[in-house]
Design a protein around this ligand. Sequence first.
Ligand code: SF4
Length: 211
Amino acid sequence: MDLSTRAIEIAELLQKNNDSPETELTTSNERELLIAVCLSAQTTDKKVNDVTPALFKKYPSWETLADANLEELQSYIRQVNFHKGKAERLIKASRYILDNFNGKVPDTIESLIEIPGVARKSANVILNEVFDKAEGVVVDTHVTRVSNRLGLTSNQDPKKIEKDLMAILPKKYWRNFSGNIVLLGRYVCKARKPACDKCHLNQICPSAFKI
Ligand code: SF4
């Protein structure tokens, strides 16, 4: 079986067992999602969900966030890793969105990655969740680890992994593939000890029961 056929089989199996995965970040509009996604880098979604209700209440618009006092903003997101730098970038991002996009979250990857604090991975999540568009494959630590275990890539660099996955998977799978792999990585194919006995992919995975 060639790599692309196997990747499609994996994508289908994942889809069958977990249709339409969505981010576990709790947000109610695109502004909140962009903020939450920026906060979620190297932090669990749970930690982000713990701080965002008070954050969104205190700063209910791009304007309020753009004018925020840096130290006060930092205090609202203190539980999140790297909160100081993230607070600075949130203020810059808010100003950038107001000045360049009239306060609207843009719907292309090129525009999204111009925004301070929005990396390609975040841009892909925003496109997937807000605009139902896939211009790439979201690659985070889970996708990195699980894609390697599944033999779909041998790279560790997220940009190279994304390129590898885009080359072997038809575009229609991109959105759900990432979401499903993230969930698999989070709950089954964990970093230390994958639960291969509970994994829907154990018949097709070259690493099954070997780690
Ligand atoms: S079979 Fe095991 S190693 Fe392979 S994806 Fe599933 S949990 Fe991970």
